[in-house]
Design a protein around this ligand. Structure first.
Ligand code: HAS
Ligand code: CU
Length: 571
């Protein structure tokens, strides 16, 4: 029997929503992971199952399914769970909730089908534009329309969570926003601001262009609009992991969150600073003045602060847990942690790897050092530590804790779970270290054929051949780990054994919200400042890009006959 205060008994319908979001996330994860191992083996020349010509189709599928579908569907599940749990009330309308789940799912299916169609020679549908979709690469309209629907679905989800909060607020005037809900809401405001860039890119430029009714847009403009969104999206992936580190990890470690106010400050800082930094992906783009790049670099360095605060707070909370469990000494407390619990070990290893990923991020962010690593395989090395481990491994580990809570079934196997998270960590050590080192030797990213017989890449230590082997070996371990994860959650969902001990309460923070000024909860104020910062950071660069080459640089000659007279009139 499940206890009365378990999430599943209190919110059976919300649990169903969360299960369906997780299911989509896990299917995307499985297919995406398979694409990943194919690429690792192909690039390194160890096994070439597909034609090199199809490499970009697989790479696009890998990026879109893992970085966009897996992450954001899982986020939607975690946020639905967290908002409901912390406000202690379900979303206001079941129909509305299913409507956004359906919108996101239909959009995903459209984008997925358009990418896969690229593998069928007789079809004229394809979308080999990678997960960073901007001109001049062009996809079929189905891809862009699917993406647009997907993003609209996430907006509706955000509206749903805000409505749930407002309903709570009407009955709880003057109270502090519960912490998990605060995290959900600030993240969603950040997302609303960030997605303005991609909405303009896709709706105003890419859809009309792919439909053939408008000429090719200015590539630099679409790149800049993309990165306006493309940087903050990485924090959109990270924030559900942070939510889990701040609120669930301390509980699993046997302790309490060190400081609730500090957690709030961190989420506010991400809301303010996530977007005005996107140009750090464009340090080598000609056509953007150095001064704008310098501003983006400065903002990026400020943006390290919330993650450094997180490292401090989360480790302090874990240490508190260890000491509650009897741990002592400067480092001896580490031994008292629940290392046999895959949920704990997975999240702790994810955090540990994020320390390394954050370091390679700092290297990327330096304008001058970026020239050394940009467009090399160093960059995939960086993001397999961040999104590929800090986020993905946290999601897997958290699933071992959350899936029993929304299914009522006992986790199928803790030992397999433990082995799986450790295997992911080891696989990633091999793969990402080889990627970082290969990048320093100049090996390019995003190519099926990185050999270049006329170029000898020079490594600082070890040979290029050994790096290739390490990369492929790590990739295979990751794939095995992904399969074990899917098997374990699949068998959990089918497990006849009811889950044990599922109270849904989270312990209060050592330093509670009453110790911080109420202005921290003023979401309107932070939203306003975030918008002002984005305007300051982007208005001049966008203006100068449009000034430079116009919206449609090829001019009206390239315009389809139907639209040319219209453009003449506008001009
Ligand atoms: Fe990044 C490129 C800079 C973080 C993802 N990044 C990428 C791309 C992706 C990505 C996908 O400035 C490639 C896009 C493409 O395809 O072209 N990144 C940064 C910086 C940070 C950063 C400064 N990135 C992320 C995160 C990502 C992500 C997070 C995904 C989730 N990145 C860049 C730059 C580029 C870039 C340039 C462009 C490169 C180029 O040239 O193309 C920072 O936010 C990092 C801050 C992190 C820290 C670490 C804090 C440590 C913590 C660990 C706590 C420990 C625990 C363990 C909990 C300062 C919080 C406790 C355990 C116990 C046992 C006690
Ligand atoms: Cu970035």
């Amino acid at each position: 029997m499940l206890p009365d205060n378990s999430f599943l008994i209190q919110y059976p319908h919300v649990s169903r929503v969360v299960r369906s979001l997780f299911l989509t996330a896990f299917v995307a994860f499985g297919i995406g992971a398979f694409m990943g191992v194919l690429q690792a083996l192909h690039r390194t020349g160890l096994a070439r199952i597909v034609e090199s010509a199809d490499y970009y189709t697989l790479l696009t599928l890998h990026g879109v399914l893992l970085a966009i579908v897996f992450t954001i569907f899982f986020l939607a599940g975690v946020f639905t769970w967290a908002n409901t749990r912390s406000l202690d009330r379900p979303p206001v309308s079941k129909r509305f909730t299913w409507f956004w789940v359906a919108t996101m799912s239909v959009g995903t299916a459209m984008a997925g089908v358009s990418i896969l169609a690229g593998l069928i020679p007789s079809s004229d549908i394809s979308a080999d534009v990678l997960f960073t979709f901007y001109a001049p690469l062009q996809a079929h309209p189905l891809f862009y329309i699917g993406l647009a629907l997907f993003v609209i679905g996430t907006w509706l989800a955000g509206i749903d969570w805000f409505r749930q909060y407002l309903a709570w607020r009407r009955e709880n005037a003057g109270e502090r926003i519960p912490l998990q809900s605060f995290m959900v809401l600030t993240t969603m405001i950040m997302w609303f601001v960030a997605t303005m860039g991609v909405a303009v890119e896709v709706v105003v430029f890419l859809i009309p262009w792919s439909l053939g009714i408008m000429p090719a847009p200015n590539p630099l403009l679409t790149r800049t609009l993309f990165w306006f969104f493309g940087h903050p999206v990485v924090y959109f992936w990270l924030m559900p992991a942070y939510l889990l580190w701040y609120t669930v990890l301390p509980k699993i470690a046997g302790g309490r969150l060190f400081s609730d106010p500090l957690a709030r400050v961190v989420f506010v800082l991400f809301l303010l600073l996530s977007t005005p930094v996107g140009i750090h992906h464009q340090y080598v783009d000609p056509g953007i003045a150095e001064g704008f790049k310098f501003i983006a670099m400065t903002n990026t360095m400020f943006l390290l602060l919330p993650s450094l605060l997180t490292a401090f707070t989360v480790v302090a909370s874990i240490e508190h847990g260890a000491r509650q469990r009897g741990g002592t000494g400067y480092f001896g407390w580490l031994k008292a942690l629940p290392w046999r619990d895959p949920a704990f070990t997975g999240m702790a290893l994810a955090g540990l790897m994020f320390a390394a990923g954050g370091f390679s991020g700092m290297v990327n962010a330096g304008m001058n050092i970026n020239y050394l690593v940009h467009n090399t395989i160093w960059v995939p090395g960086h993001f397999h530590l961040t999104v590929g481990t800090a986020v993905a491994l946290t999601f897997m580990a958290a699933s071992y804790w959350l899936v029993p809570r929304v299914t009522g079934r006992e986790l199928y196997s803790r030992p397999i779970g433990l082995f799986q998270v450790v295997l992911w960590f080891i696989g990633m050590v091999f793969m990402s270290a080889a990627m970082h080192r290969g990048g320093l030797a100049g090996i390019p990213r995003r190519t099926a054929e990185p050999q270049y017989p006329q170029v000898a890449f020079e490594t600082v230590a070890g040979s290029v051949g050994s790096l290739r082997l390490q990369l492929a070996f790590g990739g295979v371990l990751l794939f095995v780990s992904a399969l074990l994860f899917l098997m374990n959650v699949g068998l959990t969902a089918m497990n006849n054994e009811p889950a044990r001990g599922l109270d849904s309460a989270l312990p209060p923070a050592l330093s509670g919200p009453e110790q911080s000024p109420t202005v921290l909860d003023n979401l309107k104020l932070w939203a306003l400042i975030a918008v002002v910062l984005v305007i300051l950071a982007y208005s001049l660069p966008l203006y100068s890009i449009v000034q430079g080459a116009g919206l449609y640089p090829a001019g009206h000659e390239a315009t389809p006959a139907v639209i040319a007279p219209l453009l003449e009139v506008i001009a």
